[in-house]
Design a protein around this ligand. Structure first.
Ligand code: HEM
Ligand code: HEM
Length: 195
């Protein structure tokens, strides 16, 4: 159903998880090519699209965190050792931190660089977070660049663990983050229960 229950993530948590994954992937690919693009009028279109989509991710992550705090999470998949659960919790907290750090550092970089204000999807002029400042711009740029590498490492651990649980342990860790019936866990979630 909509809220997570003891066994599975709910539809809202799942939709937000996978939508944000797709958007971050797109932003990272476009972000990395921004430097290489020829400075034609479409360059500025792509630049503003990157910024607008990035601010949208920030809004979605806020909604997601609020929903997570309100609606909760399923309990650990039965049989998960304590250290694995602790590692998953730490990884999730760090993933949230990077999901905030990426758009905020991008916005801070944009603000401190003294560029013209950009309009969110060409509609709403976004406020600047700080006055133009080279040192802040340089730091924000570093965070924006290094944030991606931190994210890549975290996602390798995180997605690797999810795939390991699904393929080698056969439990419901991955299946319960997907709509019911999309993926079957080979080991039962709990005696007599469907994952
Ligand atoms: C989750 C959100 C975001 C992700 C994953 C992301 C990712 C990236 C990546 C990977 C780069 C290339 C970094 C480099 O190697 O220099 C980049 C560049 C850039 N991003 Fe983002 N970004 C996000 C949000 C934003 C936002 C909200 C803004 C501004 C409001 C922004 C502004 C920029 C700018 C201006 C650059 C070009 C930096 C340069 O000139 O080197 N980004 N982004
Ligand atoms: C940008 C990439 C990703 C980010 C930022 C991310 C972030 C997160 C976060 C923060 C959670 C914890 C949910 C919460 O407590 O609110 C989570 C859960 C989960 N993620 Fe991801 N994720 C990403 C990519 C992936 C990928 C590629 C996979 C699968 C291959 C995946 C599989 C899962 C699963 C199965 C859970 C539920 C874990 C459990 O029930 O304990 N994630 N993700």
């Amino acid at each position: 159903m909509t809220r997570p229950n003891a066994e599975r993530w709910g539809a809202v948590s799942q939709a937000l998880h996978w939508l944000i994954v797709l958007m971050i992937f797109g932003l990272a690919v476009v972000g990395l090519t921004l430097d290489e693009l020829p400075r034609t009028p479409s360059y500025f279109w792509v630049y503003t699209a990157h910024k607008s989509m990035g601010i949208t991710v920030l809004a979605l992550v806020l909604v997601r965190l609020a929903w997570r705090l309100y609606a909760g999470a399923p309990r650990p998949v039965p049989g998960t050792p304590g250290w694995q659960h602790a590692t998953a919790v730490v990884t999730h907290v760090l993933l949230y931190a990077v999901m905030f750090a990426m758009p905020l550092s991008g916005w801070l970089y944009d603000s401190a660089s003294g560029l013209r204000p950009f309009k969110l999807f060409g509609l709403l002029e976004m406020p600047k977070l700080v006055a133009p400042d080279e040192a802040i711009a340089a730091t924000a740029h570093e965070i924006h660049e290094w944030g991606l590498y931190v994210l890549i490492v975290l996602v390798m651990v995180h997605a690797g663990a999810a795939l390991y649980h699904h393929l080698f342990l056969g439990d419901a860790t991955l299946a319960r983050m997907l709509p019911r019936g999309w993926l079957r866990a080979s080991a039962p979630a709990a005696p007599g229960k469907e994952p």
